[in-house]
Design a protein around this ligand. Sequence first.
Ligand SMILES: [Zn+2]
Length: 100
Amino acid sequence: MKYKKIQTEQQWLNEGIAKYGAWIPNWRFKCPCCGRINTADEFDKVGLDVEDASQFCIGNFKKKTGCNYATMRTISRHNEGCRLIRFDDGRCLAVFDFAD
Ligand SMILES: [Zn+2]
């Protein structure tokens, strides 16, 4: 499986902060399946964790918006548009690419 980028958690956080600032609800992620730009703020508004915006398309939670793609749930060709984040404890997590 090919990821767009492989980063440590700190590298990923640093890049997000450089793009959007430290306030996570301002962060934006591009769904690799439908191409929709999902904002962390949208997830906050429907009562979800802002971090979920990096792993789920909003369509999982809102009807007729985006799609139901999720990185954690599927091994899929669409993960090619994702990044792989490596945590210090060895865990890995596929996340959507930043929106821009
Ligand atoms: Zn989508």
